[in-house]
Structures are given as structure tokens and as C-alpha cells.
Design a protein around this ligand. Structure first.
Ligand SMILES: *Cc1c(COP(=O)(O)O)cnc(C)c1O
Length: 489
């Protein structure tokens, strides 16, 4: 038996009575102010939110933190509405990437161009010929839909596709060197993004890693001496996220390919970011292209879809037909295959490469990387005063020059001249660090969270990736709200 609910018999003058109770759940649910919430969210979520809001109110009342107005059904309804709005928010949200790292792995890397978004939607809404050969009216191969366009653009003989580049390396090594050996230079045993480590991937692929050379120097003779009866593969890994400088030596890919072929072995190159066109054309630092790697004798090249290529998350293996065919027969391929949404989007992105002249207009990743510094500086000059105007007291914002980076494995030492807004606490010294982290938190609490970076006592908003200026500016007035941590529990 439930105890009788005495809430409905609250005194006529709420607030004057310290034993005041909130209205009952049933009375609230029947109240007119809750009807629109029930209409839009459904009865069960509103019931849950009502119980939570009432529990919260009782707690605050017991601490003497609730006034008479808080007990009115209208006030409780608005608290319930706020709870529902928060919990109805999807977990995956849009953010503003003002970190200065264009291909930021934690913020989702490449942004897709419109034709890719249209392809995603098509594949999501409709049945497709994903694995159906329309000409023959028989079962088809999903990879073939993409293979043609990728081979056209890169000149590769064949291609296959998996979930990401980590999967591509795992699958290729497992296919070509299971229970046998693959040789890699000690200078290339990379860790990428904290979880992709070449030695660990090789171990999971069931391949014995034969390390050769030293961290800073590896010579052709090191590879030559390591080749034995169990060797099945030479692997070259693009050391994408770091550089070894000083007294260094590595083996040119052409020489390594010649050595591999002299011993009847394939050379695989894990290229990582996978540019499909020379980026110098847009004033960007050189990044080895798939065509170069194939031209320098690689039998197999692996790349990511969502780095410099500018597409969705995917792993792409390109190279000799015989190797690709073996890889496609590996049962792991089925476990790692690309899904239809990605496949459609990737095809649409790769098609844009047919027309390199318009690539920088159409491909968001390239557009952002090639965005002229002057354009970003003009944006910073427009935006900085508005940021200043809406900042809580105690901060100063001004336009500034800064450096962006490509991210996701392109060389970290290559800087792209950029501009942004620098925000500093006006009072320096004690509490300055806390003031900066509090402001960073307030920016993250905006409806479209703004992610900047803190450098040397400054919160820097690099505007290279800010294209939707209006949405950014519209939400700035909300910065003066109390931060969520400081609000009522
Ligand atoms: C990024 C990268 C990977 C991992 O690729 P994902 O698509 O993130 O799985 C592997 N190798 C190299 C050289 C890379 O740059």
C-alpha cells in the first residue's frame, strides 16, 4: 500500500509553511502545463522526468533552497521541460572545431561534400544494387562498385575496401604473412591515435614481426640480411605523426621494392593519410600520394578514407590484382567489410577527383586546408569584437595570427598560417588557469559546443574551420549564462 499523498492538501499559503510538499505526480501529469510535453516526448519519459524533478525539489526544499514559487505546477513543469530537453539531446552532437587541427580524429576527421551526403541518404532510404549485378541479374560484389572509380583515379590494378585503415593493415598482413614473417624498419614501428600500434596489429594478425635497423637508421642491407625462408612481406609504414631528425637514414621505397621483388616478395606501404593528388598545387606541404607509392614499386598500398582523401571512415587497399584477390578471400574480410552508407559516400568523394581543378571548392577537407590566411584573418577581425562583447566579465578577446595543422597523421611540423581569436583572463597570475578552463567549459556548454585550445595562458579559437559564422555568432549571448556546474543541481 502506498502512503496517502498529502500533497494535494498543501496549505493555502505556500511558502509560509516549512512543511510544504510539492503536488503529486498524478496531479502534475494532469496539469495543463505538462500536456505539450506529453504530446512531444510521450507519457513515459514525462513521467520519469516528473519523478526526477520532484525528487530534486524535495532535496532542495529539505536544504532550505526552495521558495514558494518553486512549488507551483508551472515552475515544476518548466523544470521537467528542461530535463526532457537535455535527455532528448542525441549523444552524438555537432561541434565547432576551432582547435586548428583540420582532420581532428576526436572530432570526426573529414567533413563530407554534398554529393557524398546525398549518396548516404540514398543508400539509407532505398534498396540498392549493393551486391546485385544489374546487367546479369545475379549476385554481385560490393567492392566492384567502388573499385572502378578508385583504379581510374589512382592507376591501381585492383582495390578492396574495409572499415578503416587499421583494419586494412590487419587484413593484408594476416592474409599475406599468417604464421610467417613480415619485415619492418625499427624507425617505422609507429603508434597512431593511441590505439593503432604496428607491433600490436602484427601480433593480432598472427604474423611474426621481424624488426630491422635502429630507431634512427635503417639500411637496405638490414632488410637483405633479414630475408629468410619464412619471410612473406616487406612492410613500409609512413611515419605520419612524427619525424626522426638528425643522424638518420631510411631506405628509399624504390630500393626496397627492388629488393622485395628480387626475392619474390611483395612490398606493402601503409601510407595512412592517402593523398590522391599532389597537395603542393594548393600551397600545402608535400604528402606522398598513392600514385607515387605505386609508381615507386609498392605492390599494395593502404590508406584511410577520412584523412586527406576527404571521405568517410574507411580503409582502402590498392595494388596488384593477385594480392587483392587473396585478401578478398580471407574470411576476416567479411568481418571488416565496408557498409553500404560508407560505400556510397566514398564513391561520391572519389568521383570528385576526376576534376582536380574544382576539387578545392567541392571537397570540404581540401577547402579548409587551402583556405587563404587573409580570408581567415578577415573573419577573425569580424568575429573578435563580438566574442569580446558577449564574454563574461574578466576576459579580453582580440584577433590573432596562429598556425593550424593538417592533423590525422600529416606531418606535425608542417604548419598552415592561420588566424583566430585569442582570449585571455584580464587579471593575470593566481586563478588565471582556472579562469581559462572555466571559459573553455562555458564554450563547450553552448548549444553547438565550441572546442578551442589552450596555449600559453590563452584560449585560442583558430577560425580556419569556421564556415558557419552565423550560428557561431548567434549563440554567443548564451556565454553569460552561469556555467552548468554553478547552476542548481
Ligand atoms: C591513420 C593511420 C592508420 C590508421 O588508420 P585509421 O583509418 O584511423 O584506422 C594506420 N597507418 C597509418 C600510417 C596512418 O597514418
Amino acid at each position: 500500500m502506498q502512503p496517502p499523498d498529502t500533497a494535494d492538501h498543501a496549505p493555502a499559503h505556500p511558502g509560509r509553511d516549512r512543511t510544504q510538499r510539492p503536488p503529486s505526480v498524478d496531479r502534475l501529469l494532469a496539469h495543463e502545463s505538462l500536456q505539450p510535453l506529453i504530446e512531444s516526448h510521450g507519457r513515459a519519459p514525462v513521467l520519469d522526468a516528473t519523478r526526477d524533478a520532484l525528487a530534486d525539489l524535495r532535496t532542495r526544499a529539505s536544504l532550505g533552497q526552495a521558495g514558494a514559487a518553486d512549488f507551483l505546477p508551472e515552475s515544476i513543469a518548466s523544470a521537467i521541460g528542461a530535463r526532457l530537453a537535455t535527455s532528448a539531446q542525441p549523444a552524438l552532437r555537432r561541434v565547432f572545431n576551432l582547435t586548428g587541427t583540420v582532420l581532428h580524429t576526436n572530432l570526426g576527421r573529414a567533413l563530407l561534400p554534398d554529393p557524398a551526403v546525398a549518396a548516404l541518404e540514398l543508400a539509407a532510404r532505398h534498396s540498392t544494387n549493393l551486391e546485385f549485378d544489374l546487367a546479369r541479374g545475379a549476385r554481385g560484389d560490393r567492392d566492384e562498385l567502388l573499385e572502378g572509380v578508385l583504379c581510374e583515379v589512382t592507376g591501381a590494378e585492383a582495390a578492396t575496401f574495409v572499415n578503416n585503415n587499421a583494419a586494412a593493415v590487419l587484413l593484408a598482413v594476416n592474409t599475406l604473412a599468417l604464421r610467417k614473417e613480415a619485415i619492418v624498419s625499427r624507425g617505422e614501428l609507429v603508434e597512431i591515435g593511441g590505439s593503432f600500434r604496428i607491433p600490436d596489429v602484427m601480433a593480432r594478425a598472427g604474423t611474426r614481426l621481424r624488426e630491422v635497423g635502429t630507431t634512427n637508421r635503417t639500411h637496405l642491407a638490414d632488410f637483405e640480411q633479414a630475408i629468410g625462408p619464412r619471410t612473406r612481406l616487406l612492410l613500409k609504414v609512413h611515419t605520419s605523426n612524427y619525424e626522426v631528425v638528425g643522424f638518420t637514414a631510411s631506405v628509399a621505397q624504390r630500393e626496397l621494392a627492388a629488393l622485395a621483388h628480387a626475392h619474390g616478395l611483395p612490398l606493402m606501404v601503409d601510407l595512412g593519410s592517402g593523398a590522391l593528388v599532389p597537395l603542393e598545387r594548393w600551397g600545402l606541404p608535400h604528402e606522398p600520394t598513392v600514385q607515387e607509392a605505386l609508381g615507386d614499386g609498392a605492390d599494395l598500398v593502404s590508406i584511410s578514407g577520412d584523412k586527406l582523401l576527404g571521405g568517410p571512415q574507411a580503409g582502402i587497399l590498392l595494388g596488384r590484382r593477385a594480392l587483392i584477390d587473396r585478401i578478398k578471400r580471407n574470411p576476416l574480410k567479411r568481418a571488416l567489410r565496408l557498409d553500404k552508407l560508407t560505400l556510397g559516400a566514398l564513391e561520391a568523394v572519389v568521383r570528385l577527383y576526376h576534376d582536380p581543378d574544382r576539387l578545392a571548392e567541392r571537397l570540404p577537407t581540401l577547402r579548409l586546408l587551402a583556405r587563404p590566411r587573409d580570408e581567415i584573418a578577415a573573419l577573425a577581425a569580424r568575429v573578435a569584437p563580438q566574442v569580446q562583447q558577449h564574454l563574461p566579465p574578466g576576459y579580453a578577446a582580440c584577433p590573432t595570427e596562429c598556425d593550424s595543422q593538417v592533423g590525422s597523421g600529416a606531418r606535425p611540423s608542417d604548419r598552415l598560417p592561420s588566424a583566430g581569436v585569442a582570449i585571455r583572463p584580464t587579471v593575470r597570475g593566481r586563478g588565471e588557469g582556472r579562469a581559462l578552463t572555466a571559459l573553455a567549459a562555458a564554450l563547450r556548454a553552448l548549444p553547438v559546443p565550441v572546442i578551442g585550445r589552450i596555449v600559453e595562458g590563452t584560449l585560442l579559437l583558430d577560425l580556419r574551420c569556421l564556415e558557419d559564422e552565423q550560428t557561431f555568432l548567434e549563440q554567443l549571448p548564451l556565454l553569460r549564462r552561469p556555467p552548468p556546474e554553478a547552476g542548481p543541481a
